[in-house]
Design a binder for this molecule. Structure first.
Ligand SMILES: Nc1nc2c(ncn2[C@@H]2O[C@H](COP(=O)(O)OP(=O)(O)OP(=O)(O)O)[C@@H](O)[C@H]2O)c(=O)[nH]1
Ligand SMILES: [Mg+2]
Length: 305
């Protein structure tokens, strides 16, 4: 299982890796780390989605510590992986459930198609394996298929799914789901939401209303608001963080589709720009394809070190 995950992550990252790794190979075969080489390396990091701030920082560090020395591509990769891991380490924070809350309420948000519903299903599976009792709320009442999709995960994992008829008010549904989860003494309530409504204002209203309404049952809820980002969208993920932070108090990130992405570098840019915890990474569509974020492994995978 662990190996399967690692190899899928590596395979996914290998597209980013191929990009970074081959370019490093082309730039640094026994070459002096001089101004020209550093400038090439900086361009390469920006092209790999790490962002200009990260690229400048890493280049600054290289300039300070290794300027003028002769380096091999392998040394560059190792050093890069080390620098990237340093940037990622502070955001690699597992999602901690407050076991004093019955339930700990998790609100899952993000634009459509990023993997909210799938992530809820994967989490339900993990919690089941850990003996943590989860309830799922089908808060995406906009699409009938969204409810069915969540029910499939409920059947698979044995987690009760609270849902209403099509076009139910999602805030009301969330309220009922919290009431049910409280009655059942559940450990965690995972609330799915719609990724796309008529427009941004409608989405903001809906998310804020869900939060207002569940606070009537538990004023400390939601305890986690997880923004799900699709790594394949690259730099656009940064805009999504800005947009959702205007709407709600995002407490952490989940980055999905790293198995199919040539844009793994975006995780580094996200860490640098926002410093939000990255709780999980997704590397596939199956229940086992969601893992806590390991900065060292990720950094090495990204540069092919
Ligand atoms: N390859 C891959 N596919 C994923 C991953 N996570 C989710 N998916 C797939 O992405 C598609 C969209 O996932 P959903 O969970 O439905 O996304 P959503 O955010 O709930 O979408 P909406 O309900 O439309 O807002 C599905 O086909 C998932 O199987 C991942 O980590 N890797
Ligand atoms: Mg969904």
């Amino acid at each position: 299982m662990a190996l399967g995950f690692l190899s899928r992550l590596k395979q996914g990252l290998s597209r980013s890796t191929a990009k970074i790794s081959e370019s490093i190979g082309a730039v640094f075969t026994r070459r002096k780390l001089d101004d020209a080489a550093l400038s090439d390396l900086e361009d390469l990091l920006v092209a790999a989605d790490l962002g200009t701030a990260v690229a400048a920082r890493i280049i600054g560090e290289f300039r300070r510590t290794r300027f003028g020395s002769e380096v091999t591509d392998d040394e560059v990769k190792q050093a890069l992986a080390g620098e990237i891991a340093k940037i990622l380490a502070p955001v690699a924070i597992p999602l901690a459930l407050d076991r004093g809350k019955k339930p700990h309420v998790v609100l899952m948000v993000g634009v459509n198609g990023t993997g909210k519903t799938t992530t809820i299903g994967k989490l339900a599976q993990q919690y089941r394996e850990q003996g943590i009792r989860a309830v799922l709320a089908a808060g995406d009442t906009f699409r009938a298929a969204a409810v069915e999709q969540l029910q499939v995960w409920g059947d698979r994992t044995g987690a009760p799914v609270i849902f209403g008829p099509p076009n139910t008010d999602s805030a009301g549904l969330a309220f009922d789901a919290l009431a049910r989860a409280q009655e059942q003494g559940a450990d965690v309530l995972l609330i799915d939401t719609a990724g796309r409504l008529h427009n941004k204002a409608a989405l903001m209203d809906e998310l804020q209303k869900i939060i207002r309404v569940i606070k009537k049952k538990d004023e400390t809820a939601p305890h986690s608001v997880l923004l799900v980002l699709d790594a394949t969208t690259g730099q656009n993920a940064l805009n999504q963080v800005d947009v959702f932070r205007e709407m709600v108090n995002v407490t952490g990130l989940v980055v999905t589709k790293l198995d199919g992405s040539a844009r793994g570098g975006i995780v580094v840019a996200l860490a640098e720009e926002f410093g939000l915890p990255v709780h999980f990474v997704g590397v596939g569509e199956q229940a086992g394809d969601l893992r806590p974020f390991d900065p060292g492994e990720f950094a090495r995978g990204l540069v092919g070190a």
